[in-house]
Design a protein around this ligand. Structure first.
Ligand code: CA
Length: 141
């Protein structure tokens, strides 16, 4: 995996916060599959920019600005996962690879429209199933 971006950190920290209520450097390192040393470096930057703060005894916590951003980033990730699932992309490794690759490049407007499409497919599955049924089966590389 390439070096995680600031957005990857904020998304990961938000995910961990949702699960555990607090975040430690080791949690982030584990989540992003990187060393604790590289995490510490980015944490300094996130603190400087007002995304993250250190809470006594509890560890790291997102600021309100960080929480809002983290929530948004996770939602973006999940919309893309749902879209791939609708496309019948089921291999978890492929889903992870593709979503991690494209998520940073979606504008808010495009993402909003994609979210509307995903919701529409959920509500009106018939036409979409017809589309999926006629997809050629692509041999795996
Ligand atoms: Ca992500």
């Amino acid at each position: 995996m390439s070096t995680p971006s600031q957005e990857d950190y904020l998304e990961a920290i938000w995910r961990i916060t949702q699960q555990k209520g607090y975040v430690r450097v080791s949690d982030i390192a584990e989540c992003l599959h990187i060393s604790q040393a590289s995490v510490s470096k980015m944490i300094r930057k996130l603190k400087e920019e007002g995304w993250l703060e250190v809470e006594r005894y509890r560890g790291l916590a997102l600021t309100s600005k960080g929480n809002a951003k983290g929530k948004l980033l996770l939602a973006r990730h999940q919309i893309l996962e749902r879209f791939l699932s609708h496309l019948s992309v089921t291999d978890p490794q492929v889903v992870h690879h593709d979503v991690e690759g494209i998520e940073h490049h979606f504008s808010a407007e495009t993402l909003e429209k994609l979210a509307a499409l995903v919701t529409f497919i959920d509500r009106e599955p018939k036409w979409w199933k017809k589309f999926i049924a006629q997809l050629p089966s692509i041999p795996k590389a």
